[in-house]
Design a protein around this ligand. Structure first.
Ligand code: ZN
Length: 384
């Protein structure tokens, strides 16, 4: 009897061991497959490939906030792997751009074919997915698109097509018919066609959209590198005043971040702007290069001639078609990027005085514009 029990125990042990190892073999090849974001990316990519073709020949672009968005508290980085597996697009090929976004934003995928101008946008509906509980990879793949994505939009976004019915294009964008991100992603797709320098792509990814402001930051960076370069052990320090989109480009391109105290920010209200002397009204910021060891350095107030740019590029301040006119201006700015010094210029250069550091210009209670003699005291005194 005792022998029979030991034999049974031995058999049970083997069975347990066998079933355990069998389960091990049956585990998905890729553990990310258990992540719903991986399955969602797979589904969206599959749909895109059906509609637009694969990206192996370099004609497909994918834009996504995967890796940033953390809907439901779940990391979405795995979605990038699914996109590459299905479409063939990857960051290394320059046709998978990860766009900065807040953690609580919905995960999205935007696919664009440069060959046809067709695009497919899918924005996940996290609430619907969560309501259905934990779903397997296969189960998510078999679901209707409308049960996974809040927006699933197929649209030709070639400039010719968007411009053929401009009122309709503007109306759709204004009422956010395709979701909050669609218009800025469509603009980014147009940028990709132009084969941008990689540093400009990085600036745009961080800024999360393309606009004339961020492009002016790229122009400024080119100007600084060419006409205000560092030598020896010098470092930069930037005062972003007035602050606008350009400062995101400057932070990325020089790694002069606010957190690392490479940049300080001083916004100017409309009233403050009126306090600047006329020659400083187009100021884009105050830039310093200095050697922390010797304490010597130079400062430069640099301007951006927006009036001249608007004159050259066409649509002025009052745009008839806000999206289309902006897009045309953006494309124009990208195209003319080597002529940055037609728009960026020195307003004033100065030496740091003995004992001064760049930070002396942006301490509590100090107005750098006044210290630089570019503040119209009378203008301010007239204000109530
Ligand atoms: Zn912007």
């Amino acid at each position: 009897m005792r022998g029979l029990i030991s034999l049974t125990c031995l058999l049970a042990g083997w069975l347990l061991l066998f079933s355990h190892s069998a389960r091990g073999e049956n585990r998905p090849m890729n553990p990310w497959e258990e992540n719903p974001h991986y399955a969602l990316a797979w589904k969206a990519s599959q749909q895109a490939v059906e509609k637009l073709g694969r990206g192996k020949d370099g004609t497909l672009l994918v834009l996504t906030n995967a890796g940033y968005a953390k809907a439901g508290g779940l990391d979405s980085t795995a979605a990038l792997e699914a996109i590459t597996e299905v479409t063939g697009c990857s960051p290394g090929k320059g046709n998978l751009w990860v766009i900065h976004s807040a953690l609580d934003q919905p995960l999205y995928f935007f696919f664009f074919s440069r060959r046809s101008g067709d695009s497919f946008y899918a924005e996940t509906d996290e609430a619907a997915i969560r309501a259905d509980g934990k779903s397997s990879f296969q189960e998510i793949l078999s679901r209707e698109t409308s049960r996974l994505f809040r927006h699933a939009v197929l649209k030709n976004i070639s400039l010719a097509n968007l411009s053929s019915a401009p009122e309709e294009t503007e109306r759709e964008i204004k009422k956010r018919a395709h979701g909050r991100n669609w218009a800025s992603l469509a603009a980014l797709a147009h940028l990709w066609i132009l084969d941008l320098p990689v540093e400009l792509v990085r600036a745009v990814q961080f800024h999360d959209h393309i606009c004339p402001g961020v492009l002016s930051g790229y122009y400024l960076a080119r100007f600084l590198s060419a006409q205000f370069p560092l030598t020896g052990d010098q470092r930069y320090f930037f005062i972003a005043s007035p602050s606008y989109c350009k400062d995101d480009a400057l932070q990325v391109l020089f790694n002069q971040t606010v957190g690392k105290r490479g940049m300080a920010v001083l916004p100017l209200s409309g009233e403050d702007q009126a306090g600047l002397l006329p020659e400083a009204r187009d100021a884009a910021g105050i830039f310093f290069r200095y050697d922390p060891k010797t304490g010597k350095g130079k400062g430069a107030v640099i301007g951006f001639a927006w009036g001249r740019l608007r004159q050259d590029s066409g649509p002025g301040k009052d745009k008839l078609f806000p999206f289309l006119d902006s897009l045309k201006q953006i494309l124009w700015m990208v195209d003319r990027r080597n002529q940055y010094d037609r728009y960026v210029y020195f307003i004033k250069t100065f030496d740091l005085l003995p004992g001064e550091v760049p930070q002396s210009y942006i301490r509590a209670g100090i107005n750098p514009w006044e210290k630089l003699g570019l503040w119209d005291k009378n203008e301010k005194a007239k204000k109530p």
